[in-house]
Every structure is written in C-alpha cells, then in structure tokens.
Design a protein around this ligand. Structure first.
Ligand code: HEC
Ligand code: HEC
Length: 160
C-alpha cells in the first residue's frame, strides 16, 4: 500500500513542479539580489552611486592589498603611449604632485629583475587599484583583518 502511494507521488511530481513554479510566478519575487518587482516589469535603473573622492588614503585590510584609489580617475587615460596615473605617481613627479610614489614592487618584472621604469605587469594600474563609491554592499562583509583576530577579547568560545 505504502509503495503504491510513493509510486503515485513520484508520478505526480513532474506535474506538480510546473504548478508550483507558476504559483511562485504570481507572487512577488523574493530574491536577495532582485528589486521587489515582477521579473516581467521594467524597473527604472537605480542612480549610479557617487564616487568617494575625499582624498583620504584608506587603510589596507592586509599588507599585500593594492590600496584603493581615494580620488577621481574619470578620463585618466592609460594607453600604450600615455599613462596619466604615472604623471603624478611616478618617482620623478611625486615631489611636485605630493602623490604617494608607486612602490618598488612596481618596478620588478616577473623574473624578479628590478627595472628602471614601471614593469609591464604593473602598467595598467586599474587592474589592481580601484576607486570606491558610496554604494553599500548587498551582501554584508564579515571580513576581519589579522590585527583584530589576534587582539579579539576572550569571548569564552571554543578556540583551539
Ligand atoms: C593629479 C595627480 C594624480 C593623478 C593623475 C593620479 N593620482 Fe593617484 N593620488 C594622487 C594623490 C595626491 C594621492 C594622495 C591622496 C589624495 O590626495 O587623493 C593619490 C592617491 C592614490 C592612491 C592611494 C595610495 C595609498 O597608499 O593609499 C592610489 C592607489 C592611487 N592614487 C592610484 C592612482 C591611479 C590608478 C591613477 C590613474 C588612474 C591615479 N592615481 C592618478 C594624485 C594623482
Ligand atoms: C598587479 C597589480 C598592480 C598593478 C597593475 C599596479 N599596482 Fe600599485 N600596488 C599593488 C600592490 C599589491 C600594492 C601594495 C603592496 C606594494 O607596494 O607592492 C600597490 C601599492 C601602490 C601604491 C602605494 C605605494 C606605497 O608605498 O604606499 C601606489 C601609489 C600605487 N600602487 C600606484 C600604482 C600605479 C600608479 C599603478 C599603475 C602605473 C599601479 N599601482 C599598478 C598592485 C598593483
């Protein structure tokens, strides 16, 4: 008897699934990343968040992190013939511009040779350095840096 019931359920399942999906389609879509509208409706695009351009250098989360860019980079060209970032950040211009100099790692090529100018693998700055906007992350970030992990006050929890 039980087996028959199971078989009947298994047979009915393919019919039930589309019905369930259809029922879901009539309600509002509850997805964390979607605006709360029907997927067939067109929502007006949200405004583009403003850039953070307060010129305050942001602390790195770990020593190897490429620092984020605290200023506007709109229309700064990086091409074969021109790298506008280097007009401020290369060694010879930092005196006049007061921009932090690119560090020595930017001169080291992939063979470990220190070159006289920026190494090709560090030429396209925005590959690694990015400006920030005021947009809030959709998914909360729980990253903790090493310092706060080491100095975490005893919480009585299980720590081995
Ligand atoms: C007009 C000069 C100028 C240009 C061009 C420029 N910067 Fe800057 N940059 C600065 C100055 C000055 C600072 C120091 C913070 C400030 O005043 O904004 C800085 C800070 C930074 C920092 C933060 C460094 C740190 O240690 O926190 C990064 C990364 C950076 N710039 C990357 C870039 C990149 C990539 C470009 C090209 C897309 C660029 N900059 C173009 C002047 C410039
Ligand atoms: C392959 C990734 C990468 C590229 C490309 C790159 N950087 Fe960096 N940058 C880093 C990392 C990682 C750091 C931090 C550690 C270090 O200094 O190497 C850094 C550090 C910096 C700093 C801070 C230096 C200091 O001593 O505080 C500046 C300024 C900077 N980069 C500017 C630039 C500019 C301008 C360019 C383009 C010419 C560029 N970077 C290209 C990865 C990169």
């Amino acid at each position: 008897m039980r087996r028959h019931l199971m078989l009947a359920l298994a047979a009915a399942l393919p019919c039930l699934v589309p019905a369930l999906l259809a029922a879901q389609g009539t309600g509002q879509v509850r997805e964390p990343f979607r605006p709360p509208i029907q997927f067939t409706d067109e929502d007006p695009a949200p405004p583009i968040p403003a850039d953070v351009t307060d010129d305050r250098r942001v602390a790195r989360n770990y020593p190897e992190q490429p620092p984020v860019i605290p200023h506007n980079i709109r229309d700064y060209q990086i091409s074969l013939n021109n790298n506008q970032c280097l007009t401020c950040h290369s060694r010879q211009f930092t005196g006049a511009t007061q921009a932090p100099m690119i560090s020595i790692t930017h001169y080291v090529d992939r063979e470990g040779q220190t070159l006289g100018a920026v190494a090709p693998r560090r030429y396209f700055c925005t590959q690694c350095h990015v400006p920030q906007t005021v947009a809030q992350p959709i998914v909360p970030n729980t990253f903790k840096d090493m310092d706060s992990l080491i100095s975490r006050p005893s919480d009585g929890g299980d720590r081995r």
